[in-house]
Design a protein around this ligand. Structure first.
Ligand SMILES: Cc1cc2nc3c(=O)[nH]c(=O)nc-3n(C[C@H](O)[C@H](O)[C@H](O)COP(=O)(O)O)c2cc1C
Length: 232
């Protein structure tokens, strides 16, 4: 991360009190154990209609960093993941556009139970790592409490090679990062429509996030999106 922590958090509107509280960085938690025998879960079919208009979700979207202590249902989690990268055509096109249809993004959901990997084809989850890694993730995301307290943290990672094979080294970072923005915004708007709160987080230690979540070598974390029920 090129931006200093102070610069970034100032730009996010996060104050000095938070900075002082996080002056001491803990060491990285033990690496997640990757599951070798994949346990697969079929998600409930996504809803294709809702009760809130697109215009209303746009007007109401706001970064939410505090959450109620309540898990997401599989239906809610599946809907958020579908919004980001769900398959919406028989030939595999998705909810978010992708340069050349190469789909470099991979999604992980870090919950109190497990770390899941989202499989757009079939709208399924596989268990990527067992256990609750939210606190471990918090410690490598500048101890931002939204990461620890969210019902789920959706991590958007990218496999740059899928895009660079067609677009080369110069255009690829631009295209992949634009795509992560598309997917992230879809999650944020879907969260509003589900009456959930969410915040996009870019301030974290890339290598440590990768290590904590035991991501495959070619999966680079780009965004963390804590999501949870609103505090009433
Ligand atoms: C690329 C990017 C990175 C961000 N990273 C963080 C972050 O690390 N922590 C955080 O609390 N908010 C983060 N935010 C959220 C912004 O602080 C927030 O969008 C901004 O203050 C405007 O508020 P709003 O989202 O409520 O409209 C990020 C936003 C973007 C677009």
């Amino acid at each position: 991360m090129n931006l200093s922590r102070r610069e970034f958090l100032a730009s996010c509107g996060i104050g000095m009190g938070w900075l002082m509280g996080c002056a001491r960085q803990p060491s990285v938690q033990p690496i997640a154990t990757m599951i070798t025998e994949s346990q697969s879960i079929t998600l409930p079919s996504p809803h294709l209609s809702g009760t809130v208009s697109l215009e209303e979700t746009l007007a109401r979207r706001r970064s939410v960093r505090e959450f109620a202590n309540k898990s997401l249902s599989m239906e809610e989690l599946g809907q958020l993941l579908w919004a980001a990268q769900g398959a919406t055509s028989p030939v595999g096109q998705r909810t978010a556009p992708s340069a050349g249809g190469l789909y470099p993004l991979e999604l992980y959901a870090v919950t109190r139970d497990n770390v899941y990997h989202y499989e757009p084809q079939g709208h399924r989850l596989s268990v990527h790592a067992q256990g609750d890694l939210r606190s471990a993730l918090w410690s490598v995301a500048l101890q931002q409490d939204a990461v620890k307290n969210a019902a789920a943290v959706i991590a958007i990672a990218s496999v740059y090679a899928r895009t660079s094979i067609k677009y080369g080294e110069e255009r690829t970072p631009r295209y992949v990062h634009l795509e992560a923005g598309h997917a992230a915004q879809n999650i944020l708007l879907q969260a509003v429509a589900l009456k959930l709160g969410a915040v996009p987080i870019g301030a974290f230690e890339d290598d440590k996030v990768k290590q904590t979540l035991a991501l495959p070598t070619d999966h680079a974390p780009l965004y963390l999106i804590p999501v949870g029920h609103l505090n009433t």
